[in-house]
Design a protein around this ligand. Structure first.
Ligand SMILES: Cc1cc2nc3c(=O)[nH]c(=O)nc-3n(C[C@H](O)[C@H](O)[C@H](O)COP(=O)(O)OP(=O)(O)OC[C@H]3O[C@@H](n4cnc5c(N)ncnc54)[C@H](O)[C@@H]3O)c2cc1C
Length: 445
């Protein structure tokens, strides 16, 4: 088995559509969004719906692959609904909860019925998902420009971003795009943020994850997202500081993969060896075997724990993986990217309604403030849990037999991991989670 590494958001599959016909030269807009992954397409759709002129620049063409587990928990589904995506249309595979497997035990946990969030999750291959989201942004009025690779930010004398330089098409034609505000949604590479001096917090580990598609008629309609907590690193014999997943896609395939923090915060895990070792443990009847593989094993980084800050500086807003928004609890990043995108879009719309100057700038600083209000404590606690528990002992340390036997503990843990709780609180688990988070000291914005 080979592992192909994808370190910049995975989009190197050959494009099947040609560039949009109407974008041959330099252009201007109210807002430029760099990257049409979940963060960028969601931001562009919300901005366009707010009546703004938006340019959405994407280096690849659609449809294209993105290395991902393809799993969406209720909070992410909520964002799709808020965007106006029809989640009842064909192509979506629903799940009703998670199945955790650990040391020979397994438990099924249904998503809670909270009222404020959907009570189901979804899966869809990123090949389709990102295409659909980009088309949605375009239908909302965003000007999508594919095969445009942004190479550098353009700044004025004060250091404020005023646009981006890019190359366009196979002949790499130089082109510039200008706007008073730029949303960096360019994924883990975070090229724009880096160019503007927004460095990653080196103290935060970057996890890695790998996935592979298999044909599996027996598992493709599984109503649960299956997660394995007792994986081992075959070379060291240590518990994997992460977990494995088998996610049903409903189209005859399953997405099988694993994600791991660096072992003891430094040594990267050999994902291929861990995967090879693990899949032999899966029941033969599932068909998760070499002869049914539909893709190579591919891996990519998981920038997590809000590892790049501030999320706003001098006209640039960071959204999604570019800001390291992957959850340190679960390794999910799609829902977080879309939710932050909505916050960014609303902030921009309110800011652009003010005259250029200090008052507008003040409004733009609301973006990191709101991200901090929503997630500051949750991520701080998650970072602590990932440093002290997950990176040292993996998930197995948490899913001990006593926990696996306790429905209340399991439900609480599941909702903590997936950030599924109601505000205002609806049940005793909400009360526990809210109290727990209130005990966490407020981190630095
Ligand atoms: C193996 C694996 C499994 C995962 N599983 C899950 C899961 O099941 N559920 C979940 O919620 N999350 C999962 N994640 C995390 C999730 O994939 C990311 O958090 C999510 O894709 C972040 O979205 P984004 O829009 O910020 O970045 P991306 O999805 O990376 O999108 C960035 C976009 O920007 C474009 N781009 C990059 N540079 C440029 C440039 N210079 N110019 C123009 N365009 C550019 C890229 O082509 C890409 O389209 C997984 C990650 C990995 C690696």
């Amino acid at each position: 088995m080979t592992t192909e590494h994808d370190d910049a958001g995975g989009d190197d599959a050959p494009a099947t559509r040609s560039p949009e016909p109407d974008g041959g030269q330099d252009e201007e807009a109210h807002v430029i969004v760099v990257g049409a992954g979940p963060a960028g397409s969601a931001a562009a759709a919300h901005l366009a719906r707010a009546g703004l002129d938006v340019l959405l620049l994407e280096k690849s063409g659609f449809p294209r692959e993105k290395v991902c587990g393809d799993g969406l928990t209720p909070r992410a589904v909520h964002q799709l609904v808020r965007l106006g995506i029809d989640v009842n249309a064909p192509g979506w595979m629903r799940n009703k909860g998670m199945r955790w497997v650990c040391d020979g035990h397994q438990v099924e946990l249904d998503w809670p019925t909270l009222g404020s969030l959907p009570d189901f999750g979804l899966t869809r291959s990123r090949h389709d998902f990102d295409d659909l989201l980009a088309a949605h942004a375009r239908a909302a009025g965003a000007r999508l420009r594919t095969h445009v690779k942004v190479t550098a930010p353009l700044s004025d004398r004060s250091g404020r971003i005023v646009g981006v330089a890019a190359t366009r098409g196979p002949d790499k034609q130089p082109v510039t795009y200008r706007a008073p505000l730029v949303v960096a949604a360019d994924g883990a590479s975070a090229r724009i943020a880096v160019a503007l001096g927004l460095a990653r917090d080196a103290g935060r580990p970057v996890a890695a994850a790998a996935r592979r598609y298999y044909r599996s008629e027996t598992r493709t309609h599984d109503p649960y997202l299956e997660l394995w907590a007792d994986l081992r690193c075959p070379h060291t014999g240590l518990d994997l500081p992460g977990y494995g997943w088998v996610f049903p896609l409903g189209d005859g395939r399953v997405n099988v993969g694993l994600g791991a923090l660096p072992q003891r915060r430094s040594r990267p895990v050999d994902l291929r060896a861990a995967m090879d070792h693990w899949v032999t443990r899966l029941p033969a009847g599932w068909g998760v075997r070499e002869e049914n593989a539909q893709s190579p094993l591919r891996s990519a980084p998981l920038p997590m724990g809000m590892n790049r800050r501030p999320q706003y500086r001098r006209g640039l807003l960071l959204v999604g993986d570019s800001a390291g928004m992957v959850s340190p609890w679960s390794g999910e990043g799609i829902g977080q990217a879309m939710e932050a995108a909505e916050v960014a879009a609303e902030t921009i719309a309110l800011a652009l309604a003010r005259p250029d100057g200090a008052r507008r700038e003040h409004a733009l600083h609301q973006y990191p403030a709101e991200i901090h209000r929503r997630w500051g404590r949750y991520y701080r606690l998650g970072n602590l849990a990932s440093d002290l528990v997950f990176s040292r002992y993996g998930f197995r340390a948490v899913l001990r037999p006593r926990v696996m036997a306790s429905p209340v503990l399991l439900r609480t843990l599941a909702r903590l991991l997936t950030d599924v709780s109601a505000e205002p609180r609806r049940d005793s688990i909400d009360a526990v989670l809210h109290t727990l988070l209130r005990l966490v000291p407020t981190p630095r914005p």
